[in-house]
Design a binder for this molecule. Sequence first.
Ligand code: NAD
Length: 293
Amino acid sequence: MTTVAFIGLGHMGSGMAVNLVRAGHTVRAFDLDESAVAEAQGAGAIRTLSVAEACEGAGAVITMLPAAAHVRQVHDIARRAAPASALLIDCSTIDVGAAREVAQAAQDAGLAMLDAPVSGGVAAAKAGALTFMCGGTVQAFARGEPLLSAMGKAVIHAGASGAGQAAKICNNLLLGISMIGTCEAFGLAEKLGLEAQVFFDIASKASGRNWALTDYCPVPGPLPSSPANRDYQAGFTAALMLKDLNLAVGAAEDNGAHTPLGTLARAMYEALCADGFAARDFSVMMPYLRDHG
Ligand code: NAD
């Protein structure tokens, strides 16, 4: 069993840290939000008062933070406070360049590092059913894999440092585009007089089948578990989808990839967020298109 410093106990990190405790690991928890730390303590984690204190004696340091600036800041401290034998694992979604930069800084300080962003929302984090996409050396992956398995249903080595983040933003580029396409198809079906349930039954067994349709259906009814049945409470917020599309389109621009649909999807999520839907689930694109078409 490993002593794990867990930094960032927000929507995702809180459930992840509890799953590490359940798996028998010693979790040293820290977040700027004291109530989040208290909640983790209630679930069996050790309460700490700073990043440095959390890292004391840790075999691994896991970060689950909002964006690259937070990761840089926390890692600046963790590199000095954690034992030289510690493995740093960043599960936040950040840009590939920043992920490579913090990995290089870790290596320069003699520490191993994995970028390990996740697919799956808050429910998957609580259920220990995340998919981890990992970037780093084979040795770092072999060390991190057992810990990540305690929080996920799939742990995949994507390649060298930054490859996990590359996989994550490519996946979410596809997800953002396919969600909008699915919403458009339901909108057209409605105008043509097709029941949503009928279209769902057909498309989920035909060539239009995709995850946004079958596992996250954006219209209420066909799939009781989808946020559409809870007035589009997140789930995965439209703001986070916009964040990921910004990362994907930015990476495309920086690396000469042509992503016209990604650029359009980003503009559509920008408009959705600007119109007050940032905190709703990203499938709220369905009623938004209906009302703003
Ligand atoms: P969140 O804002 O709920 O949680 C982030 C936590 O980090 C907060 O509790 C905050 O107080 C803490 N924090 C910020 N700066 C800190 C610092 N310097 N020291 C200690 N704690 C600090 O965010 P979230 O929804 O849990 O997402 C975390 C990451 O996971 C993001 O990068 C996001 O893109 C990614 N992600 C989120 C989801 C989702 O559905 N929410 C799904 C997949 C990936």
